[in-house]
Design a binder for this molecule. Structure first.
Ligand code: ADP
Length: 264
């Protein structure tokens, strides 16, 4: 399968279909009379079937960017469109439904329900949406993610890497347009992290999804097609087809502290 080339050409001039398009996204938090601009007008596009890593110093706005792009938070101004749907034009109910039906989320903390089995965890979003998933589809995703022997296990009996694979299985079963991942390997050892990154890579190359991942780890970032470097609520630079060395060098230049898991 051909990989969508990543480009920093302005959105309007691009031929590649955009999966996620942010235009002039500003996010300001108010506290009393003061206002802090966390995102200072971001215009950025994530092409369909691409894997993008977002990096930057702690507090630079990476999570806020991810949350605005995924419709978990509303921008103060600007617009976000996913596969042509303007999220900023949706009311709360429609936005919740859009997230549930079209997006997948993978967080550092896995966010699995401890009282449910692996199988119940991954089919829960479909159940909540009253959407039918076939037994074959569940079996297929469990097998692809190496979880077939754990379908009836509770999350607490699994390793961190296995739990994160359950979270990815849950996202994939939904066949989302975009998977948003916030530090998905942050709590994993290097071997489990490599497996998780391989699965996210396959989600793009094999399943045709778009992945946007916040990470501190140059090794994780090197699995992506491009790295967007972020500082003070602005995009500073984009690195295409990143190597671990190039990412680490760029982080040093931009004064980004490499995370505790950065030495892998
Ligand atoms: P990063 O993910 O790069 O560490 P964040 O997006 O989490 O950065 O946060 C960027 C800045 O926005 C931080 O200074 C943080 O304190 C501030 N911030 C984030 N969420 C809120 C909020 N709900 N209210 C006020 N300030 C916030």
């Amino acid at each position: 399968m051909t990989r969508t080339p990543y480009s920093t050409v302005p959105i309007a001039e691009r031929v590649t279909p955009q999966s996620v398009a942010l235009r002039g996204v500003v996010k300001t938090y108010r506290s009393g009379t003061s206002a802090t601009a966390v995102l200072g007008g971001i215009t950025l596009a994530f092409p369909r079937r691409s894997f993008t890593a977002v990096m930057g110093p702690s507090g630079s706005g990476k999570s806020t960017l991810l949350h605005c792009a995924a419709g978990l938070e509303r921008p103060t101004s600007g617009s976000v469109a996913i596969d042509g749907t303007e999220l900023t034009g949706l009311d709360e109910t429609a936005l919740t439904r859009f997230r549930r039906d079209r997006l997948g989320f993978v967080f550092q903390s896995y966010n699995l329900l401890s009282t449910l089995t692996v199988r119940q965890n991954i089919t829960l979003p479909a159940e909540l949406a009253s959407r039918r998933v076939t037994t074959a589809a569940v079996r297929d995703v469990l097998a692809r993610l190496g979880l077939d022997r754990h379908a009836d296990a509770r999350p607490a009996t699994l390793s961190g890497g296995q739990q994160q694979r359950v979270a990815i299985a849950r996202a994939l079963l939904n066949e989302p347009a975009v998977i948003f991942a916030d530090e998905p390997t942050g709590a994993l050892d290097s071997r489990a992290a490599a497996q998780v990154l391989g699965l996210l890579r396959d989600a793009v190359d094999v399943s045709g999804r778009t992945v946007v991942m916040v990470t501190h780890d140059p090794v994780a970032a090197s699995v992506a097609d491009a790295v967007v470097f972020f500082a003070d609520g602005q995009v500073r630079e984009t690195l295409v087809r990143p190597s671990v060395e190039a990412v680490a060098a760029r982080m040093a230049t931009l004064g980004v502290a490499i995370g505790t898991d950065g030495g892998r």
